[in-house]
Each structure stands twice: as structure tokens, then as C-alpha cells.
Design a protein around this ligand. Structure first.
Ligand code: PDD
Length: 281
């Protein structure tokens, strides 16, 4: 029986419940992380848990666990579910309380919940690339917080699906920010361009890995804003996340990107990423 972690207890999936007045449900008042496992090992665990603690701090949520304790909790769940290749979502809400926008006083215990998925790496898509659309970024101004409030992201992704694409690349006015659930890179003249880390994007852990790989390979990694037009004229486009890794985009808004096939810089980063997985797992 698949288990779900609810406040330190491993509960059978069918019995896993959160209260109707949990603030995560009522207000989206909470945060989360998605962490990948390769070959029985949690990939880049530390930066993920550190980001969770940062998100908690940024919304004034008192989380009583440190990185080691969170790692242990998640490891226990992954082992119980026998996850070899897959991932784990860990979600923390400000807890259950009578409905009132302001934080509960006195404060209540945060609710910590985690569930796992089993799946293989997306080899075919990594090799062939995906389609993406562009869409106005309608989200709030603290996209650096990995908030449970994902309505803007959900609507963007749904638009992508409607246009037979796998990702929606968002822009605020002319400036490309990030995907609905990924970071975005334009590659032009052998250099990588990606939005700087600030409140408009999530500081992706995969982005950090890609930056490391690019620097090690001597590929210029420019962290600066660029326009939708620049993206359209890129030689290669990549989107990245914990689940899709270094994913090539070969069509944008129905038009081929560059030569319409996975390009050399993308392949080089993918090769670096494979080695990173082996080293970290
Ligand atoms: N999402 N930007 C957004 C809006 C995201 O939702 C994600 C990841 C990323 C990439 O972050 P990372 O490399 O740390 O996974 C960027 C995860 C996969 C999700 O919500 O399922």
C-alpha cells in the first residue's frame, strides 16, 4: 500500500486526509518542493530543503525542522514506497484554523505532507525536444517563493496544452521570465541567456546545476533579461526543472527554433547533466 507522510506519520494513501480548514486548502497559504530521486538517491537534496526553509521564512511560516530532519522524513517515505526512480513532493501549510485571512493567533502547528511518484527519466522528450508557447505572465510579484498558490502557473500550462505544447513560456511585457513550471534559457551565438535571480522567477535548483555545468565547460552563462523577440530568434531554447531536466524546445508558437532540432549547446549541457546525476546519486 502506497504511503503518504502526514506530520511525521506514514499513512496509507486511502486514509491520508487534511482538514477542511487547512490554510493550504482555503488560501493556498503554504509552500512546497519537488525533489527527484535517481537510483534510490535524492538528487540535490540540500539546496531543495534549503529553498523550502527560505520559502517558509519569506512567508513567516514557522517550520520546526532543519535540512537533516526533512531529509530523514522524506527518505523514510521514499523507502516505504520503494521509489527507485521518481520524486517526492513535500508541502507545508500554515496549519488548520478558523477561516480568517490574518495568521491564526495563537499560531497553530504547520501541516507537513509528502507524497511520492515513480517514473523514469523523460528520455524520448530529452532527445527530441518539446513544443512551447509564449504567454503573458499574470502571476504575483514573489515568484521566488515556491508557493502552493499556482493558479497563474496552472492557467499558463493549460493554455500550452490547448495549443498542443508541453510548456508555456511567460513574459512580463516584453521580458521573458520563466516557464509555467520551469526556467527558460535562450542560446545565441554559443552563449546562454537566462533571467536573473530575483522576485520574478523561482531560483531553480536545476538552473543552479546548469550554471555549474556551463561554467565548467566554459560556455558563457549570462544572467540578464531578454525579450520575447530575442527568444524567437534564438539558435536553441531550453526549459529546465527537477522533472524535465535540460529540456530542448524545438518549436515556439508553432515555429521551429533555430534549425528545428536539438542543438549542440543543449546536447553538451545534457551530457554534463547526466554526469552530474551519476556524481550526485
Ligand atoms: N517546478 N519555475 C517554476 C515556476 C517552477 O514551478 C519550477 C519547478 C522551476 C524549476 O525549479 P527546479 O529546477 O528547482 O525544479 C522554475 C516543479 C518541478 C513543480 O512544480 O513540479
Amino acid at each position: 500500500m502506497t504511503k503518504v507522510l502526514i506530520n511525521e506519520h506514514l499513512v496509507d494513501e486511502q486514509d491520508a486526509r487534511v482538514p477542511y480548514n487547512d490554510r493550504g486548502y482555503v488560501f493556498g497559504d503554504g509552500i512546497y518542493e519537488y525533489i527527484r530521486t535517481y537510483n534510490n538517491n535524492i538528487f540535490t537534496a540540500k539546496p531543495h530543503f534549503e529553498r523550502l526553509l527560505r520559502s517558509a521564512k519569506e512567508i513567516g511560516l514557522d517550520l520546526k525542522y532543519n535540512v537533516d530532519e526533512l531529509t530523514e522524513l522524506v527518505q523514510e517515505l521514499l523507502a516505504a514506497n520503494g521509489v527507485v526512480n521518481g520524486g517526492v513532493y513535500i508541502q507545508v501549510t500554515r496549519g488548520a484554523a478558523p477561516r480568517d485571512h490574518a495568521f491564526p493567533t495563537p499560531s497553530v502547528e504547520a501541516n507537513v505532507m509528502a507524497f511520492t511518484k515513480t517514473y523514469e527519466r523523460p528520455y524520448k522528450l530529452l532527445e527530441e525536444g518539446i513544443n512551447a508557447i509564449t504567454i503573458e505572465d499574470i502571476r504575483w510579484l514573489r515568484c521566488d517563493i515556491k508557493s502552493l498558490n499556482l493558479l497563474g502557473n496552472v492557467l499558463a500550462k493549460e493554455s500550452a496544452v490547448k495549443y498542443n505544447a508541453q510548456e508555456a513560456i511567460q513574459h512580463r511585457g516584453d521580458i521573458v521570465t520563466e516557464g509555467s513550471s520551469s526556467n527558460v534559457y535562450a542560446i545565441k551565438g554559443g552563449e546562454i541567456y537566462t533571467h536573473p535571480v530575483n522576485n520574478y522567477i523561482l531560483n531553480g535548483i536545476t538552473r543552479m546545476v546548469i550554471k555549474d555545468i556551463a561554467e565548467a565547460k566554459g560556455i558563457p552563462f549570462n544572467e540578464g533579461t531578454f525579450t520575447v523577440d530575442f527568444l524567437r530568434n534564438a539558435d536553441e531554447i531550453i526549459v529546465s526543472s527537477t522533472s524535465i531536466e535540460v529540456m530542448p524546445v524545438i518549436k515556439l508558437d508553432g515555429e521551429f527554433v533555430g534549425e528545428g532540432k536539438v542543438g549542440p549547446i543543449t546536447k553538451s549541457l545534457q551530457e554534463g547533466f547526466n554526469r552530474y546525476i551519476d556524481a550526485d546519486s
